[in-house]
Design a protein around this ligand. Structure first.
Ligand code: FES
Length: 563
């Protein structure tokens, strides 16, 4: 088999000689040019990304596996996206990282690539880039961090942090207690330990067939993650020899499997956006409706926060994603091929569950439908989503008057005002938080509860925006409203006092204002002023798609110019 890398090394030209010479400056023997698969290890390690801070160690384990199988490992960095640190939002840079991954693979002498990721956007960015480059690729996620701990309480990073911070805002925790919590909330490297976006995307990567079975839930510091990493390196060499590429694994059936698993785990709403983008890279025509169709038939069976009670460590101990997939196997394309060369059925059939309170049976689910519902209606003509399993059941059917914030900044300035004119029935609306409006589609959708209502003991209300929400968040929150207000979507027409109706069962979000009046208001809206006039920000604003298309750049989709 002709290896891609050989076009760099073998031959009689000066550049064949000089490339070998320059690589030997790293101390390798001439044997490495001996027609052996070169395996790139695409590492998103960074000290500016605590979730991925252990990936250098994981890369060493991958290298052992590659050498063991007769390959030649070469590790390379790309940009990393630390969810907690990047301003205005890491999502602004997902497509940039995907381009970095794609072009780093394409430009270099690698025959296959092991993708090391973990924090929210790093997993979809690497999968998108690898899908476009389409040489053999396998994903090794970094795993969830250890469960957080405060005194005798277990804490889930993200979800519990938000709840405890609300207690602090309400004066029910002291400064000293908050400082103690801060020291124990995130106890190791690894991604957030609830079913947030990172845990979701790790599960989605496993469901797509892009990891070895069992990868998603192994805790980051657990020795078994290094074992799996070594096995993944070894397997990558075999995949190169077999010619098994991302496009062979990530078929329409695999994408549908990933959607089903996302629903079964009560996964993050962000998976919707990322899967739409991944499908676009593969030329798979995936519509938002597909998520709702699958959601309606898929029970949510994983009892992990924010939809449930447990944490990722508990999911691992209960048997992990293989058990989940075995439980919903009748809903999966069981013959889909995965990275280990086996089918989904071969990988998961008979997987044993060790704790039925953590992973329920399909007959005794957390909820009979999947975690994410897709809404239509005149307020979201191109769709919106709500994570109904993390919402308050009594608010899923609700009608109330709107209270409008034109921007996130405006909301932030007044949300703690004790004279904010809102009640528990008010529907909070926040505009200009979408891909173009914010910009970058930040996770601002879980608008904080107004202080005045917190003081009355009200912990949830209906909130609507064109933003995303962290997968670790919860509440009756409508997200991804498309088109966004900055792109002329009807959200821009909402005024304080308008009646809004959320009909989750009927899959609708309705602005009870006559259509002619909505059109008149939209015509009067001033044009949105772009945030950037140069550089990557400008490129993003010029080319980003709306949420219902995955917020990728149009020119990165496989169907760009009919390719
Ligand atoms: Fe990285 Fe939560 S901040 S996964």
């Amino acid at each position: 088999m002709a290896l891609r890398s050989q076009s760099w090394w073998s031959g009689k030209e000066y550049y064949n000689f000089s490339r070998r010479a320059w690589l030997r400056s790293e101390g390798f023997t001439a044997d490495v040019f001996d027609n052996r698969p070169v395996i790139g290890i695409c590492n998103s390690w960074s000290e500016l990304n605590n979730c991925n801070a252990h990936l250098k160690g994981v890369a060493e384990a991958v290298k052992r596996g590659v050498w063991r199988a007769g390959g030649f490992p070469l590790e390379f960095p790309t940009i990393s996206l630390g969810e907690m640190f990047m301003k205005p939002t890491s999502m602004l840079f997902r497509n940039l990282m995907a381009m970095d991954v794609e072009e780093s693979i394409r430009a270099n002498p690698v025959d296959g690539v092991v993708l090391l990721c973990g924090c929210d956007k790093t997993t979809p960015a690497q999968i998108m880039g690898a899908a476009s480059a389409d040489i053999p690729a396998i994903v090794v996620t970094g795993g969830p961090m250890l469960s957080g701990q405060w005194r005798d309480r277990k804490l889930g990073a993200g979800t519990d942090g938000r709840k405890l911070f609300d207690l602090y805002r309400g004066g029910r925790l002291t400064e000293g207690e908050l400082c103690e919590i801060e020291g124990g909330l995130a106890r190791s490297a690894g991604h957030c330990t609830v079913m947030g976006t990172a845990s979701t995307m790790a599960s989605v990567a496993e469901a797509l067939g892009m990891t070895l079975p069992g990868c998603a839930a192994i805790p980051a510091p657990d020795s078994r993650r290094l074992t799996l990493a070594e096995e993944s390196g070894k397997r990558m060499v075999e995949m190169v020899r077999e010619g098994l590429k991302p496009s062979d694994i990530m078929t329409r059936e695999a994408i549908e499997n990933a959607i089903t698993v996302n629903m079964a785990i009560g996964g993050s709403t962000n998976a919707v956006v990322h899967l739409l983008a991944i499908a676009g890279r593969l030329g798979i025509d995936l519509k938002l409706d597909e998520f709702d169709r699958i959601s309606r038939r898929t029970p949510c069976i994983v009892n992990v926060k924010p939809s449930g009670q447990y944490l990722m460590e508990d999911l691992f101990a209960a048997g992990g994603i293989q058990v989940v997939m075995n439980e919903v196997l009748p809903l999966l394309h069981a013959d889909a091929v995965t990275a280990n060369g086996k089918t989904v059925r071969q990988n998961v059939e008979g997987a044993q569950c060790w704790n039925r309170d953590v992973i329920r049976t399909a007959a005794d689910p957390i909820s009979t439908e999947g975690g994410t519902v897709v809404l239509g209606g005149n307020l979201a003509p191109r769709g919106a989503v709500i994570k109904h399993t993390a919402a308050s059941p009594h608010l899923l059917q609700h009608r109330g008057p709107a209270f409008v914030f034109e921007t996130y900044q405006e909301m932030h300035a007044v949300i703690d005002s004790l004279d904010l004119p809102v009640t528990k029935d008010t529907v909070l609306v926040m505009k200009n938080c979408g891909p173009k409006g914010a910009p970058g589609f930040p996770e601002w959708g879980q608008i904080p509860m107004p202080r005045v209502l917190l003081d009355q003991g009200v912990n949830d209300m209906v909130r609507i925006s064109d933003a995303r929400m962290s997968g670790t968040s919860f509440g009756t929150v409508v997200l991804h409203t498309a088109p966004e207000s900055a792109a002329g979507g009807p959200l821009a027409a909402v005024r304080t006092g308008d009646e809004i109706e959320l009909d989750t069962a009927g899959r609708k979000i309705t602005l009870h204002v006559p259509e002619e009046e909505i059109a008149r208001r939209l015509a009067e809206c001033p044009a949105h002023k772009p945030h950037y006039e140069r550089g990557y920000g400008w490129l993003f604003l010029e080319h980003v798609n709306q949420a219902d298309e995955g917020c990728d750049f149009g020119f990165l989709r496989k169907d760009f110019r009919g390719q």
